[in-house]
Each structure stands twice: as C-alpha cells, then as structure tokens.
Design a protein around this ligand. Structure first.
Ligand SMILES: *Cc1c(COP(=O)(O)O)cnc(C)c1O
Length: 392
C-alpha cells in the first residue's frame, strides 16, 4: 500500500487503502456502523486493547470506515498519520486541548477562523494565553513570541482576507524556538497545498467544506507525525469525544473521490469571475490568490499548486442596506454560511453590530465572501454582475 503513496492525488483519493477483495469485490467499500468489535478469545481482546488507535475495539477510538478516510487524507497530505473528527472544530479543539497546558501561550497569525479564535479565548480560563497578530511577512512574527509560546496557529490563505504567508519561514521559526506550528489548510485542501512538506508540524481541515463537497456531512481531521497524532488521539479525541460517525466518514470518502475534478472545474469559473470583479466599479479589491501581485503572488505560486473557489471582495460602500441588497439581488448565489459544496454562496461580513470586531481583525466593512460552486460559469458570472450593476 505504501508504494501507492507515489501515485497522483486523484488516484490516491480513489484507490488508496481500499481492497475490494476484503468486501465481496464491491467497488464501494461498506459502511461499518458497529460501535464495538468482538474477539474470539480474551487473549485476542487484550492484544487489540494495547493499541486502540490501530485496532478496532470501540468506535469512539477507531473504526474501519473512519480509518479508510484517515489513511487517504494522510497519504494526500504526505503525513505519517491522520485522525478524523466529527467537525473541523472537533479537530481544532482536540488538537489544542492536547498540546497546550496552563501557563502556555498560543500565537495566532493573521485572520483565523472565527470560532477557532473564540475557542482559543475560552482557553484563557485554564491559564492559556493568546495573542492574535497581523503581519505582512512571516519573519515579523518572531518578535511576538514569548518564552512560553508553545503553538503558532494560522491559515494560508487566511480566513476572509485570503492573505498567504511563507510556510517555510513559519516552519523555521517554529523549529528554532521549539514551537509546534499548526496550519488550518481547509481552503487549499490536501490537493493544492502540502504544508507538512514545507516543515509545518500539523495540518488541520474542516472536511465539511471542499473535501466532503456536497453540504451533507460534517467532519474534520488533523494530519502530522504519527507520535503527535497519537497523542491527540489518546487525549483530545478519546476524551472530548468529537467522533466522526461511520456514515459521515463514508460520505466524506465519497466526496473525496471527486475532489480533484470539482476543484479543477470551479477553479476555471473562479478565474473568469475574478476578471469580471476586477473590472467592476462596485469592487475596490478582489481577494483571491489568482489575482495577487508582488510578494503575495510569489508566495501563492510557491505554495499553492492550484486554487479553491472561495474568495472575497471589498465593495465600494460601507452601507449595510446597500451591501445586503447586492446579496438579495443574486438569484443563483444563495445567502448562507459555510462553503465547499456544489452550490454557490454569498455572505456579507458586516451585520450592523460588528463594526468593532471587524476593525479589530482588519476586515473592511464592505467585505463580502463569495463561494463558487458547480453551476454553469456564465450563469454565475451574469448573476453576480447583474446584482452589482443594479446597486452601483
Ligand atoms: C468551516 C471551517 C472550520 C470549522 O469546521 P467545522 O466543520 O464547521 O467545524 C475551520 N476552519 C475553516 C477555515 C473553516 O472554513
């Protein structure tokens, strides 16, 4: 099986860790919903219990259906081990709960997924400090490190603003100061950015987004060195209990099979959409690596082997009603949170009450997040252009 690791990503998505000869030759592996597994002898049970991570004893630990997904994700991301969770937040909270202790400090860099930031604030009650810095260059983060900094946590491209950062510089800073570096790699998916190959310690995904891809299953995962993933398994996964259900694991595995094709298709639409938006008078700025210039372009080209189809635009207004009317005028783009499914979405970030918050995280009031799904590209372009034309 390990020789297969050298195959291309879409082949790994399809075939890695699958063996139809074990299940009637079926091309679709079965779902194993069992919560527990039995043993012919007590001796066999004792033997299996020594390693709950790699044997099947109880599904809160390991299960064949979730394990297939884990093996595929680890292979895709070039990691030794992966653990899946019931949500992305399950993966994030279990990882940080495992790695941090009272008196430690975690550094958040640039825009990080809101609920992750708020979870990290909750850790203050256990004496875990945090700071969220906003830097242009990765090297600038070094001066914000403290003696007790144990984790650097970031996204690239970053949430909402889609800023990319130099992964190898982050990794070098982590290694120099003995700090664990964690990236939330959800945007790029395991196909389009491989942070572990650049020295980042752990890569986290919300499988709810592009990996699952159909807006019908929630999941998360963490990928990295087997020793670290095992620690996260033993503590955060086992005790916090954010276990991925076998049916969801199966759905996400199914989604993974078409990930490469979906990314390729929606990337083509995104390129056209970005051109239209750049030329539109309603739009001050488009945030998507496809249109970056200068240093951001260099970094995007170095680390991203492709795009995903989540972007943001800065509208030339701060008026809540006008921003809302643009979203309302769309017929194909629907108003809703999340992203990564087949359906296109639009979501303004200003809600009339969060001015202070947006300021604090350097997000302009006119920012609108756009997710491009799998609908016809011309239809999507027309839809958004007509909505902008109507109100600008
Ligand atoms: C959605 C999301 C998460 C959280 O994932 P859930 O599955 O919703 O818990 C984390 N990070 C990013 C970048 C996300 O988009």
């Amino acid at each position: 099986m390990d020789q297969m690791r050298n195959f291309g990503d879409s082949t790994l998505c399809e075939h890695f860790f699958e063996d139809p000869s074990r299940y009637f030759g079926a091309v679709v592996p079965p779902i194993v919903p069992a919560t527990l597994f039995t043993f012919p002898t007590y001796g066999d049970f004792l033997e299996a219990s020594k390693d709950d991570r790699h044997n099947y004893t109880y599904t809160r630990g390991n299960n064949p259906t979730m394990e297939m997904l884990e093996k595929k994700l680890a292979a895709l991301e070039r990691g030794e081990g992966a653990k899946v969770f019931s949500t992305g937040m399950g993966a994030i909270s279990a990882t940080l709960f495992t790695l941090l202790k009272s008196g430690d400090h975690i550094l958040l860099v640039n825009n990080v997924y809101g609920p992750a930031t708020r979870y990290i604030k909750q850790l203050e009650k256990f004496g875990i400090e945090n700071t969220n810095i906003f830097v242009d260059a990765a090297a600038d983060m070094e001066e914000h490190l403290r003696d007790n900094t144990r984790v650097i946590y970031f996204e690239s491209p970053s949430t909402q603003m889609m800023r990319v950062i130099d992964l190898e510089v982050v990794a070098a800073i982590g290694k120099k100061h003995d700090i664990t570096t964690i990236i939330d790699n959800t945007w790029a998916t395991p196909l389009h950015q491989k942070p572990l190959e650049h020295g980042i310690d752990l890569s986290i995904h919300s499988c709810t987004k592009f990996i699952g891809g159909h807006s019908d299953a929630m999941g998360g995962c963490v990928i990295g060195a087997e020793t670290t993933v095992r620690d996260i398994f033993d503590v955060g996964h086992q005790f916090q209990g954010a276990v991925l259900g076998p049916f969801e694991a199966w759905l996400i595995t199914r989604g993974l099979r078409t990930l490469a094709a979906r990314l390729e298709y929606s990337s083509r639409t995104v390129e056209k959409l970005v051109h239209m938006l750049q030329d539109h008078k309603a739009v001050r700025k488009v945030n998507h690596p496809f249109c970056y210039e200068g240093e951001q372009k260099t970094l995007a080209e170095k680390y991203l082997t492709g795009y995903s189809s989540l972007l943001s635009i800065e509208l030339d207004t701060e008026d809540l009603e006008r921003i809302g009317r643009v979203a309302d005028a769309c017929r194909i783009f629907q108003i809703g949170v999340s992203w990564g499914g087949h359906e296109s979405l639009i979501l303004p970030q200003y809600n009339g009450r969060n001015e202070k918050y947006l300021n604090s995280v350097h997000i302009p009031k006119g920012l609108v997040r756009i997710y491009v799904g799998l609908e016809n590209a011309d239809n999507l372009l027309d839809d958004l252009k007509t909505a902008l034309d109507q109100h600008f």
